[in-house]
Design a protein around this ligand. Structure first.
Ligand SMILES: CC(C)(COP(=O)(O)OP(=O)(O)OC[C@H]1O[C@@H](n2cnc3c(N)ncnc32)[C@H](O)[C@@H]1O)[C@@H](O)C(=O)NCCC(=O)NCCS
Ligand SMILES: Nc1ncnc2c1ncn2[C@@H]1O[C@H](COP(=O)(O)OP(=O)(O)OP(=O)(O)O)[C@@H](O)[C@H]1O
Length: 197
């Protein structure tokens, strides 16, 4: 079984691309959703998060995502503290999930393989990219946030041009080049690679 990563900066359209792979019958692990689930259910982690970022982040027992975002994204040190608390559990959950898959290849979708140092667990990485202005607009529309908030978050991720150079396959999601053809071409290559293993 080939282990494939699917990554891209904020607003690149990873989740959109992941949906197409799912339609093709490829299992996809959603690291974002897993992280959210761990933060919502792991009481020990919640305690640690409150110690580091203050009790207000779980004021009603539910994580105030907007508040936590406003604390960590402007401050690289605080973001690093958050990452150190939540990433190990998400990486472990993904590794366990990968071992259980039986399809020719399986995909782990995450924004931060290279930043989190977890790319070594993967055989190939697919990158999704789009022009910066389009990415900013997509996130402003999707999350109802300001341009500044998007730019701050973007500045905490590896520049997309560099990230794409670290990937084995690149999908351009600029709303000009059809996504389906690009996904199908990579799908066929990965199936071929699995057969020749
Ligand atoms: C700070 C939090 C609560 C803000 O939540 P919010 O609902 O506003 O954003 P959400 O989690 O949906 O993330 C949206 C996008 O922001 C970017 N982003 C999220 N976390 C990070 C991070 N640690 N570093 C850089 N970019 C990030 C990604 O592009 C992500 O897809 C949340 O992002 C979080 O818990 N982050 C730490 C865990 C993490 O790294 N998750 C993402 C990758 S698995
Ligand atoms: N090809 C496209 N055509 C139209 N809208 C798109 C396209 N690709 C993505 N979008 C929209 O842009 C927004 C961002 O896409 P998506 O959520 O897939 O990005 P992402 O890379 O997973 O982002 P994040 O890292 O912020 O979670 C979404 O609202 C999505 O519907």
């Amino acid at each position: 079984m080939i282990r494939v990563g699917l990554t891209g900066g904020i607003g690149s359209g990873k989740s959109m691309v992941a949906r197409i792979f799912k339609v093709l019958g490829i299992p996809v692990f959603d690291a974002d959703a897993t992280t959210k689930n761990i933060m919502a259910t792991d009481k020990e982690l919640q305690q640690r998060l409150m110690e580091v970022f203050g009790p207000k982040i779980f004021a009603n027992g539910v994580l105030d995502r907007k508040l936590l975002a406003s604390i960590v994204f402007p401050d690289p040190f605080k973001l690093e503290q958050l990452n150190a608390l939540v990433h190990p559990a998400a990486i472990a959950a993904a590794a366990k999930w990968m071992q259980q898959q039986t399809a020719p290849y399986a995909i782990k979708e995450a924004a931060l393989f290279f930043e989190a140092g977890s790319a070594g667990d993967l055989d190939y990485v697919i990158g999704v990219t789009a022009p910066k202005a389009l990415r900013i607009k997509r996130v402003m529309d999707r999350d109802n946030v300001s341009r500044m908030e998007v730019l701050t978050r973007m500045s905490r991720q590896i520049d997309d041009d560099i990230k794409m150079r670290l990937c084995d396959f690149v999908i351009m999601n600029d709303e000009q080049q059809p996504l389906i053809n690009q996904v199908l071409s990579i799908h066929e290559k990965l199936i071929g690679l699995e057969q020749h293993k």
